[in-house]
Design a binder for this molecule. Structure first.
Ligand code: SF4
Length: 249
């Protein structure tokens, strides 16, 4: 893993993600190295070229908290931030740099809302911050119930069981929790529902949007059927039925 430190000129980026107006990405690149990652286009904004594999580098925005603080001071009203849109805010380097935590502390200080999305149990480290925020929800991305599938498609990300245990802990501590079942990977939807349902207030599900990126990999594991639109439609329908009113549009 190539880890380098960079400085940035802005922290809050306007976004049209439903429910929030801004995103904050403390890192460029992501050590979770998901093979289907939608954010690989970010490599062109990095110091790395197309020969550096996605997941093989992280650029750490070491001054992002200072910049965020300056930006928040200038805002006349409070708003809501999504952490994060093109990296995982709790990827392994966060353990050392604590940039996500520092950004959260600032957002809390200024009374802003936060929606977090991660694949890492490290998020539970910041339970104390979440508990003292006025508007916060924590989502966990889980696109399959199958740990073998996870190992192939999300080689640098934590195991599924650890993510679900973290959702359970967050919910038990009064934090609003949700699961992002996306992209839909080879899965047993009934089993995934059984594992997730007790620990989430809501879910969102979405299909596999960058099929070309993983087509070969899917085929080499015998997952051709799971690439089809028919498969995605069937899983959407089953998840919709099983989760019912927990499904957010
Ligand atoms: S955790 Fe998210 S941002 Fe990171 S590699 Fe996986 S899909 Fe991409």
């Amino acid at each position: 893993m190539n880890i380098s430190e960079i400085t940035v000129k802005s922290a809050l980026v306007r976004s049209n993600i439903p429910g929030v107006n801004y995103v904050v990405n403390p890192y460029l690149g992501c050590g979770h190295a998901c093979r289907y990652c939608y954010a690989i286009f970010m490599r062109k904004y990095s110091r790395h070229n197309q020969h550096t594999p996605w997941g093989g580098f992280v650029e750490v925005k070491v001054n992002i908290a200072e910049i965020l603080s300056t930006e928040l001071k200038k805002k006349k009203t409070t708003d809501k931030v999504f952490l994060s849109s093109v990296c995982d805010p709790y990827q392994p380097v966060e353990l050392r740099y604590k940039l996500t935590r520092r950004c959260l502390e600032l957002l809390r200080e200024f009374g802003w809302g936060v929606e977090v999305l991660t694949k890492s149990p490290l998020v539970a480290r910041d339970m104390d911050v979440f508990k003292s925020m006025i508007d916060v929800s924590v989502g966990m991305s889980i696109g399959t119930d199958n740990e073998q599938v996870r190992k192939v498609l999300e080689p640098g990300a934590p195991p599924i069981a650890a993510r679900i245990a973290t959702l359970k802990r967050l919910k038990e501590n009064g934090i609003s929790t949700w699961a992002f079942i996306a992209p839909i990977l080879p899965m047993n939807p009934e089993k995934l529902h059984e594992m997730l349902a007790p620990h989430v207030d809501s879910i969102m599900h979405d299909g596999l949007n960058y099929k070309k990126q993983v087509e070969k990999l899917f085929r080499s594991h015998g997952w051709e059927r799971e690439l089809s639109n028919a498969y995605a439609a069937r899983i959407h329908s089953i998840l919709g039925r099983l989760f019912g009113r927990k499904v957010e549009k």
